[in-house]
Design a protein around this ligand. Sequence first.
Ligand code: SF4
Ligand code: ZN
Ligand code: ZN
Length: 305
Amino acid sequence: MTMTMSCNCGKKGIYFRRYSGQVLCRHCFKKYIEKKFLETIRKKYPLKRGERIGCAISGGKDSLAMLYLLAKLREKLRLDVQAILIDEGIMGYREKGIEKAKKFCKENEVPLHIYSFKKAFGIELDEIVKASREIKPCSFCGVFRRKLLNRASNELELRRLAIGHNLDDEVQAILMNYIRGEFERLARSEVEKTELVPRVKPLSEIPEKEVMIYALLKNIDFSPEECPYAELAFRRKIRDFVNELEEAHAGIKFSIARGYRKLVPFFKPTNYALKTCSICGEASAKEVCKACELLGKYKSLLTSA
Ligand code: SF4
Ligand SMILES: [Zn+2]
Ligand SMILES: [Zn+2]
């Protein structure tokens, strides 16, 4: 595929979209991403005028591209957009994301709220990882991050919380949960009602490569760093497998995501009544919330060391 091919509008093509067989110029590519973003919101998460919406950002390409697009929509829908960043305490990685997020939010006039593990739980993820080799950083991190995002949503009185998952993230998560037999998790993203604030994923129908090109074309200054604790081994295999499939059958990522959505009506919603955690006093599905349970385990590891 040579880039001498032209876009439908006659301008020079910069991207060949294999799954639709179209060549797009810079202008039409940006317009297409913006249209897809709006369509996803309209179809899956209709926002109300004047709504206060949170946007979870990390300083990476996906979350900053999402925030850029939401900030653009802000005028039209009179949205009140608030950015939230979770500082897990990962030395050499998180500072870079924070720096990019601060700069972006300042330039785009979006209030930024930083919540840290240290301040909320008295520990950093680095300290947890040092305590034991058996600890899976992402399991701790995921639970604490979710708790802090819920806390932030509550404190900031958000109606919704936008997460920058792209199509590749969605497809990888679907396949990983399916292969591991984690059906509760598989169902969770669509039907679980225990999240305090509904999640919005406006990039979930845009492939990762296209989000990256959009961020570059828009000169979004993002952090390209990857978390050093990322559980990459399995995810990378799934990612490579899906990319190979996509290479041979263009559009398969969309069809995996579509297939998953067809399954959703067959999942039973887990509508269990929310209790109050007996330790931290926040909403929880059990007597003690997952974060307090994990913190207890971490403390017992320290005392037994
Ligand atoms: S990759 Fe794992 S440890 Fe790193 S930020 Fe994400 S969930 Fe946390
Ligand atoms: Zn064009
Ligand atoms: Zn608790």
